[in-house]
Design a protein around this ligand. Sequence first.
Ligand SMILES: [Mg+2]
Length: 225
Amino acid sequence: MVSPQSDFTAWLIDLDGTLYRQLPVKLAMAAELCFAGTSVWRVISTFRREHEQIREAARNGTARSGNPFHDQLKATARKLDLPITTVEHTVTQWMFDRPSRWLKHFRRKSLIREIREFRRAGGRTALVSDYPARTKIMALGIADLFDEVVASGDAEDLRLKPAPDGFLLAASRLGVSPGECLVIGDRSDADGLAARQAGMAFRKVPGSVITDSSTQPAHAAVAAS
Ligand SMILES: [Mg+2]
């Protein structure tokens, strides 16, 4: 029997797709990208592909040490034969600054309300993201919602999810054990699998069903092996 979520000491929460609905933001950005020209589109699409490749390396245990966000920038610059500063400027503008204008419109209000209530009742919280997070949490108006922020690119050398690094670091900073943590995220193959590997319970959003580390979906167990 899995404990109700109020029984956990800490909630470790993913950002993209979890605290806001990602599809409408992606559609809005796709519309803006149509007018941006092919050079911007090439940088963003290559950068996203690199992200999934680095995530795949984390999944199959071949991830290199170092900062994955900076590795993504470097690999994108190399593939497109561009200065890394150009790639970084384009990524910052199109993946963080511009989307920020849309985020507040698509917040998951009920989840944010739940987090506030959990904190009011004494719960600890951390944000765990595979991308730099501060611009987005400011845009969402939820910077006060977390005791800790663990984000790739924010000076963290962490493997991407489904490696458990981010969640384990968050638990350690909060001073709690993995068994006291509930991971809340939108991807079973990233957040869910990382939670399993960290020995933490997982709740997939949207929804409220919680699975503990021994009852994750079968595909997660296969991917973890
Ligand atoms: Mg997500």
